[in-house]
Design a protein around this ligand. Structure first.
Ligand code: S3P
Length: 180
């Protein structure tokens, strides 16, 4: 009975997931989408599809600024949508204008994790140009520290993901978004 109540959707807004690479944005978005029947927008994937290239290729061919412009455009476009969960790229909140644009979509949830957890999760693949050649805890800790203020400024709520199951994280988000 208790478990059943927990999985009832308790919020009425779109959800925007932010957080450093490897904090679980994509997997939490997939799980939330299934649990609460939300359309899922994976920003990196959408940009890759539109550009016909991987993120790594976009960075190589056009540079980071070009990619960041595509992110801003997509955030503005998503403001017309309802019943969606948007999984941002780890760097999307770095631009102050993006922090404002994502708040117009819905409530912003910052998924946080320690550098050690992040390292473990990002070690599995090579699709993150900003971490290639830098996959170590010290580099991640420094990059994360440099971004904390931006994530804080963008977020409506902060949720820890260290040593927690996807279900636990989704249940916490569900519960905490109920107050808005
Ligand atoms: C980036 C994070 C990536 C992707 C790009 C840049 C960043 O997304 O958008 O490689 O600046 O943190 P994920 O957080 O989904 O890996």
């Amino acid at each position: 009975m208790e478990a059943r109540r927990e999985t009832e959707k308790q919020f009425n807004c779109n959800v925007v997931l932010i957080g450093f690479m490897g904090t679980g944005k994509s997997s939490i978005a997939r799980k939330m989408s299934k649990m609460f029947n939300l359309d899922i927008i994976e920003m990196d994937e959408t940009i890759e599809e539109r550009e016909g290239m991987t993120i790594t290729q976009i960075f190589e061919k056009y540079g980071e600024e070009y990619f960041r412009n595509r992110e801003t455009e997509l955030l503005i476009e998503m403001q017309a949508r309802e019943n969606v969960i948007v999984s941002c790229g780890g760097g999307t909140p770095l631009r102050a204008c993006n922090q404002a644009e994502m708040k117009k979509i819905g409530k912003v949830v910052w998924l946080n994790a320690t550098p050690a957890t992040i390292l473990e999760r990002v070690s599995r693949n090579n699709n993150r140009p900003l971490l290639e050649g830098n996959k170590n805890e010290a580099f991640i800790a420094e990059m994360l520290a440099g971004r904390i203020d931006k994530y804080k400024a963008a977020a409506d709520i902060i949720v820890d993901t260290d040593n927690r199951s996807k279900l636990e994280v989704c249940n916490e988000i569900n519960k905490r978004l109920a107050v808005f």
